[in-house]
Structure formats: structure tokens, C-alpha cells
Design a protein around this ligand. Structure first.
Ligand SMILES: NC(=O)C1=CN([C@@H]2O[C@H](COP(=O)(O)OP(=O)(O)OC[C@H]3O[C@@H](n4cnc5c(N)ncnc54)[C@H](O)[C@@H]3O)[C@@H](O)[C@H]2O)[C@@H](O)CC1
Length: 499
């Protein structure tokens, strides 16, 4: 069984400085070269299985793109292992005079060759150009070699499979920023632990499928992770389970202060999202009453927040508008002593109506759900290249949980604990899907899930629902809401005999 420290390092991402400190600590306790040997063994193993799936190892042709540091050394040592298994391995050093000497010697001793140009036929490319040492976009010569390698002819398929060692080259390890050219990988074999650049921003798109090779780093990762990656198991663990004796109030009542005469659909969609959650009852307060009741007859509807009765969490902002009535609605929600989700127009109103300061003194939790434009309005600047840092700074300033939307949604709390949802999909980039997310999040808050967990779980399940809906064709927001009901954790009935 894996130790907790190891398991944590496999689903949490650590910054370069912390990884290097851990590597130094571990390296001092093992014979020289051990860490690279472990990394190379894991990399070679994965390349071997990929070749096995596309015609076998024997006679397969592998090209190593080799930079000047230890990342290139990993590629060479992995290449040596593959060469001993009958794979034809060629290494293309980008700067031959500065190539990892021990790696090169190992490759040659195993029968691998050094080449000075990309061969015509390549089945698998190992990207060992640059890893943790990355600074800036890929240098032109490296970018040209990577592009030529991707254009080589494989024995199967249309292009070679690309496997990145530790990180796809050109991705900033700490942020996922891709400031210039980068190598898009099919698989990234990360050594020791994840790095933020593999799971957020454009870097996550470059990394393809990410797999962590355990090189023994776990116990040496002493600093807290930069962020954690949400898993199905986290969401299932956090999802509320009704006890044997419960009622709709105990399960939670969610209030929806959403929609307007102009945008009744937003209210309907927030109700659809909330209906998929664990709350026992939905109340609606606003001018889209008729539309909400027509679609969701179980909702108890009133005209205003003050008339709504008992509510355990509010969702405010989707399609609300930004007029005086909308501002009054937001004020009423902020005055209520229960958790709240502030989305869309509520975020605009916070800034334009000068209400942002109210957040800082509010005792009950608030989750803000900005996309980049809303983030800019709230924070005064774009999230920029470091989305984790951006979400953390806004969370600290507002003292709220911030759910920064993106194809890898980042969630941060005011204390700096940060998560990323790996389930995002372009299918969710369609009108109204955010209303569904806000409703689900409100239902989790009403069911007393703490705000950070509620936001992470909602983002995770929303992505899963988007993917499930996309599998059936073009995706609309109602499709996402319908799919949500199928992907939320099953709570099941307590066993009538044993419980
Ligand atoms: N330190 C350790 O204990 C371990 C390190 N390992 C490997 O070592 C790597 C880190 O090695 P290094 O610190 O030597 O650094 P890298 O090999 O990542 O980078 C080396 C050099 O690449 C050049 N470079 C930087 N940015 C570039 C760009 N955008 N385009 C082209 N070239 C660029 C720079 O000259 C830089 O010094 C890890 O990513 C991992 O692959 C693993 O073997 C595990 C153990």
C-alpha cells in the first residue's frame, strides 16, 4: 500500500523550489544517480507500453529530443533501456557539446545512435528538451526540431506518439503558462509529483495524459502543495448523505435570487442545477417566478428575498441584471446570515454598486464564481499567466472562496488552500452553463458542505456533466443540468435491516 505522503504527492502539485528541495533531501540518502535511474525506468516503462499498443517494441523507432540539462539525461537513460529491449533509438542533441555525458554514454553502450537531424520514420518521440529548468518559450532550434519530429512518419497512425519527460517543453512548471512555442504531448510522465504547470492553464492542455512516476520523493516534500487536484473520491467523500431520519429542512433549503424579466432562463437553469444537488428544497425569489414554476413545479416561489422564508444558502446573480432592483436583491442576500454564491451580474454589482467591501465583514461564507472578464472587474487586472496566484490573491482580498472558471477551474480559499478541477471541457463554453453550476454550488452550501469543498465538488461534477452531455452530441445548458443528475454521487438508501 502507498503511504499517505506518496499518495498525496501523486495528486497534489508542488512548485519547482519545493521539488528541488525534496530532490536534494532524498538524493543525500541514496547512491548518486538513483533518482534519475528511477525516473528513466518509469519513462522507459511507459514508452514501452505505448509501443506495445502500436505494433510492439521490437523494430520500433524512437527519437529522443535531448536538451542540455538533466531532463535530457532522463530521456537518454530511458532511451538506453528501450534500446536494450530491441527498440531502434536515435538521440537528437540540441547542443551536442552540452549533452548529459553519462546519459549519452549509456545510450551508446546499449546500441542507441546519435543523429543530427530528425529521421523520416519515427514511431515515438521522447521530449527531453527541458523540464523543471524551463525559462520562457521554447528556443527556436528546439521548436523547429519538435515540429519536424511531430511531422515524421510512424508505422501506425498519422503521427508519432509524443511522450514528455517530466513536463512538456515550453510550459512554465509553476504556472502552466505557455509564453511561446511548446511541445504538445500525448502523455507526460511526471517524476516524483505533479507540478502546477501540468494541471492548470495552457500547460494542462499541452501535457496530454499525465502520469506520475513515484521516485521516492513523497516523504521529502515538506512544503505544502501549491494546489491539489480534485478526484472522484474527494467529491464522493464530501457529498452529504441523508441520515435515517431526515426532512427537507435538514437536507437544506437553497434560495435562488436569480433571473429577471429579461432573462428568465437563467433562473430556470439555476433551479435545474440546484435540483441536481443534495438540498431538500428550493425557494425562488424574483421576477422570473412563472418561468421557474413552469419548469420546476417543486419550487416554492416568491417575488423578493425578504419574503422567501427560511433559506440555508443563497445563489445570487445569474441573469439578475444590474438595475436598482437587482442591487437591492444583492444587498438583501448579503444581509442574510447564511452562505451565498455570487455569480455573473452579482459580481458586476459588487464593483459598480460599491458593495465589495461588504464581503470582507460577512460572517457566513461566500463563493465568488468569476470568469476572466468578471475577475478583471473585481480585481482590477486580468488573472494573467498565473491563475493559481490570481485566484489566491482575490480570495485573500475579498475573504471569500474564489472559483476562477476556465477549462481547468481553480478554486482558492482566503487561507490559500487551492484546488483545481481536472474535468473541464470546451463543451461547457456555452450560454447558461454557469447558471447550472451556481445552482448546484448553492445546493451544496445549503446542505452545509463547507464553501471550499462545495466549490471544488461543484466544479468537478459540472465538468463531468459537460463531458457526459458532449458524448451525446452538441451541448446546451439544459443538457448539462440533465447530465448532472446522472453524475452526482449516489447516496443510496440506508440498509433497513443493518442500519
Ligand atoms: N534533480 C533531480 O534530482 C532530478 C531531476 N530530474 C530531471 O531533471 C530535470 C531538471 O533538470 P535541470 O535542472 O538540469 O533543468 P532542465 O533539464 O529542465 O533544463 C536545463 C536547461 O535547459 C535550458 N532551457 C531553459 N529553458 C529553455 C527553453 N524554453 N527552451 C530550450 N532550452 C531551455 C536552460 O539552459 C536550462 O538550464 C527535471 O525536469 C527532471 O527531468 C529527474 O531525473 C528526477 C531527479
Amino acid at each position: 500500500m502507498l503511504s499517505l505522503a506518496v499518495m498525496d504527492s501523486l495528486r497534489a502539485a508542488y512548485r519547482v523550489a519545493d521539488v528541488r528541495a525534496a530532490e536534494a533531501g532524498l538524493a543525500a540518502t541514496v547512491p548518486g544517480g538513483t533518482l534519475m535511474a528511477r525516473a528513466a525506468a518509469g519513462l522507459a516503462r511507459r514508452c514501452g507500453t505505448l509501443l506495445g499498443e502500436s505494433g510492439g517494441r521490437y523494430g520500433a523507432r524512437v527519437l529522443l529530443l535531448v536538451g542540455v540539462g538533466d531532463n535530457g539525461g532522463d530521456a537518454l537513460l530511458a532511451g538506453a533501456r528501450l534500446a536494450r529491449q530491441g527498440v531502434a533509438v536515435g538521440a537528437l542533441p540540441l547542443d551536442p557539446a552540452r549533452t548529459h555525458a553519462a546519459g549519452l554514454a549509456a545510450l551508446r553502450a546499449a546500441g542507441g545512435r546519435v543523429v543530427d537531424a530528425v529521421p523520416d520514420r519515427v514511431d515515438l518521440v521522447v521530449d527531453g528538451i527541458v523540464g523543471l529548468g524551463s525559462a520562457g518559450g521554447l528556443r527556436p532550434a528546439a521548436a523547429a526540431a519538435a515540429a519536424a519530429a511531430r511531422a515524421a512518419r510512424p508505422r501506425a497512425g498519422t503521427r508519432p506518439v509524443v511522450v514528455a519527460a517530466d513536463l512538456p517543453s515550453g510550459v512554465a512548471p509553476d504556472t502552466g503558462d505557455v509564453p511561446g512555442a511548446a511541445v504538445p504531448a500525448d502523455v507526460t510522465v511526471a517524476f516524483g509529483c505533479l507540478k502546477p504547470g501540468l494541471v492548470v492553464g495552457a500547460g494542462a492542455r499541452c501535457a496530454g495524459r499525465v502520469e506520475v512516476v513515484d521516485i521516492g520523493l513523497g516523504p521529502w516534500l515538506r512544503a505544502g502543495p501549491a494546489l491539489r487536484v480534485a478526484t472522484e473520491a474527494d467529491v464522493a467523500r464530501w457529498w452529504p448523505r441523508p441520515g435515517r431520519v431526515t426532512d427537507k429542512y435538514r437536507r437544506g433549503v437553497v434560495g435562488l435570487a436569480t433571473g429577471s424579466a429579461g432573462y428568465p432562463g437563467a433562473a430556470v437553469l439555476s433551479a435545474a442545477g440546484a435540483s441536481a444537488g443534495p438540498a431538500g428544497m428550493l425557494r425562488y425569489a424574483g421576477p422570473a417566478r412563472a418561468a421557474v414554476l413552469a419548469a420546476h413545479p417543486q419550487v416554492v416561489a416568491t417575488g423578493a428575498v425578504a419574503e422567501a422564508g427560511r433559506v440555508q444558502a443563497w445563489v445570487c446573480g445569474c441573469g439578475l441584471g444590474t438595475d436598482a432592483a437587482a442591487a437591492a436583491t444583492l444587498r438583501a442576500v448579503l444581509a442574510a446570515p447564511v452562505p451565498a454564491v455570487l455569480d455573473a451580474d452579482a459580481l458586476t454589482l459588487l464593483v459598480d454598486g460599491g458593495m465589495a467591501d461588504l464581503l470582507r465583514d460577512r460572517a457566513a461564507g461566500v463563493v465568488l464564481t468569476p470568469h476572466d472578464g468578471e475577475f478583471r472587474r473585481l480585481a482590477g487586472a486580468d488573472p494573467g499567466a498565473d491563475r493559481v496566484d490570481a485566484a489566491q490573491r482575490l480570495a485573500a482580498w475579498t475573504r471569500c472562496v474564489v472559483l476562477l472558471k476556465g477549462d481547468r477551474t481553480v478554486v482558492a480559499d482566503p487561507a490559500g488552500e487551492t484546488w483545481v478541477s481536472p474535468t473541464g471541457t470546451a463543451a461547457l463554453a456555452s450560454a447558461g452553463t454557469g447558471d447550472v453550476l451556481a445552482g448546484l454550488l448553492g445546493a451544496l452550501l445549503a446542505a452545509r458542505v463547507p464553501p471550499l469543498r462545495a466549490a471544488v465538488a461543484a466544479a468537478y461534477l459540472h465538468g463531468r456533466a459537460g463531458r457526459a452531455a458532449a458524448a451525446a452530441g452538441a451541448v446546451t445548458a439544459p443538457d448539462v443540468a440533465a447530465a448532472l443528475r446522472r453524475v452526482v454521487p449516489r447516496t443510496g438508501e440506508p440498509d433497513p435491516v443493518r442500519d
